[in-house]
Structure formats: structure tokens, C-alpha cells
Design a protein around this ligand. Structure first.
Ligand SMILES: Cc1cc2nc3c(=O)[nH]c(=O)nc-3n(C[C@H](O)[C@H](O)[C@H](O)COP(=O)(O)O)c2cc1C
Length: 207
């Protein structure tokens, strides 16, 4: 496979081609949104799907803040790069994704068969933060695919000042924002050109 666009290959899939298109081949990053509202039920569904993705020891460090009030939205947007602001001001739903650096406090909830293993993480905040980041980023990927599975488009954005956004959504908590995701139905001219994906000869190898 080369860097050039190739014909979609649906063989060897265990999901139907329409689902594969929705999740992968035609799932795109939206840059504009229609005014169609996103229901609370849809937001709930997105989390119900997201939470099923695997994490280390089932630790689930991702925390999602849905920005609902106009005041909160403007406060978050004030900490974003200029070029990202219009998208988050107009997206029907807006999520700030954070990682919980003290995810181990939920140990008995997510690892009920061996809660004593929390002790492994009690005294090492650096290791905990590293694990939190890695696993919350994985969950962010599940989140984007969950948005698509819910029939919506996601616009993930890393272009913001996390410390500033934390003053809006994470005050007094050990939660740290790392990704903002616009969610909704695509609006006018929603897509940038599809950028080429790396071929197997670059991205994979076998030994
Ligand atoms: C972690 C992450 C950070 C991103 N940050 C930004 C951003 O700050 N601003 C922006 O306009 N797009 C941002 N994007 C969007 C990417 O450029 C886009 O998802 C990528 O080019 C693929 O586009 P496609 O899904 O339409 O193929 C980000 C995407 C991801 C996953």
C-alpha cells in the first residue's frame, strides 16, 4: 500500500461496510457544525461506548466535562488558539477531556477483586500521572470513535492552553485537561482535504 489513496478494502472485516465507513473510512474530523442540537441522551451514549474501551488495570483515568453554559464555553474558548475558537463557539456540544492524576482513588471501584493493589501507586505521583496520561489518551481515541458510532462528527483539538482551561473546568481537582472535542452534525464545508495516511511499509513491520 502506498501513500496514495487506495480503494477501500472491506474484505476480512467482521463489521458491515456501512459501519466500517461510518467509523473509519468516511469518518472525518468536522471543522464546522450545523445548529442541530445534540441531546443529553446522545452524550450519555457516547460515554457508555467510550467507557468500554480497555485501559491498564481497568483504571479509566479519563474525565469528561461537557460544557453546557455559554459562560463556561466562552471561558474555555478564551484559552484556545485563535484558529480553533470559532469551531468551539459554534459546536452544538463541547467536551473537555482531562486525565485524573489521582485515578488510583477509585481503585476499589474499577478493580474490586484486588483493591489492595492500589498500594502500588500510593507513593509515586510521577508514575501515576504518566499512567493517567497514557490511558486517558487511549480513552480519547475511544471517545472519538464513540462520537462517530452515535452518528455524530467529532473535532478533536489540542491547540489550547491546558493550565488556562484547568482554571475553568478543573479548579481544586487533580484533573488536567489534554484535549477539547467539538461534537455535532457537520455544517457547511465541514471537511479539510483528507490527508494521506501512512502505508503499511512505513507504519508496520514484521520480525
Ligand atoms: C490529538 C489531536 C489534536 C488536534 N488538534 C487540532 C487543533 O488544535 N486544531 C484543529 O483544527 N484540528 C486539530 N486536530 C484535527 C486533525 O488535524 C485531524 O483530525 C486530522 O487531520 C485528520 O482529519 P480527518 O479525520 O478529516 O482525516 C487534532 C486532532 C487530534 C486527534
Amino acid at each position: 500500500m502506498s501513500l496514495e489513496a487506495t480503494e477501500t478494502d472491506y474484505s476480512n472485516l467482521a463489521i458491515d461496510s456501512e459501519t466500517a465507513d461510518k467509523l473509519f473510512f468516511e469518518g472525518r474530523t468536522a471543522n464546522t457544525f450545523s445548529e442541530d442540537p445534540v441531546s443529553d441522551e446522545a452524550l450519555e451514549t457516547i460515554y457508555e461506548l467510550t467507557k468500554m474501551g480497555p485501559t491498564m488495570m481497568n483504571n479509566q483515568p479519563l474525565r469528561i466535562t461537557w460544557i453546557k453554559s455559554q459562560e463556561a464555553r466562552e471561558a474555555v474558548v478564551a484559552h484556545m488558539l485563535e484558529g480553533n475558537r470559532a469551531k468551539s463557539l459554534t459546536a452544538p456540544a463541547l467536551a473537555v477531556l482531562s486525565y485524573d492524576a489521582n485515578w488510583h482513588e477509585q481503585f476499589s471501584e474499577f478493580f474490586p477483586h484486588a483493591p489492595e493493589r492500589k498500594a502500588m501507586f500510593d507513593d509515586d505521583a510521577v508514575m501515576r500521572a504518566e499512567i493517567a496520561k497514557n490511558n486517558a489518551w487511549m480513552q480519547a481515541g475511544y471517545f472519538i470513535m464513540a462520537v462517530r458510532a452515535a452518528g455524530l462528527a467529532a473535532g478533536p483539538m489540542g491547540g489550547f492552553n491546558p493550565a488556562g482551561v484547568d482554571t475553568v473546568v478543573n479548579e481544586g481537582k487533580a484533573h488536567h485537561s489534554f484535549l477539547i472535542v467539538n461534537v455535532g452534525t457537520p455544517g457547511e464545508n465541514p471537511w479539510f482535504d483528507r490527508l494521506p495516511r501512512l502505508g503499511t511499509e512505513i507504519a508496520t513491520n514484521s520480525i
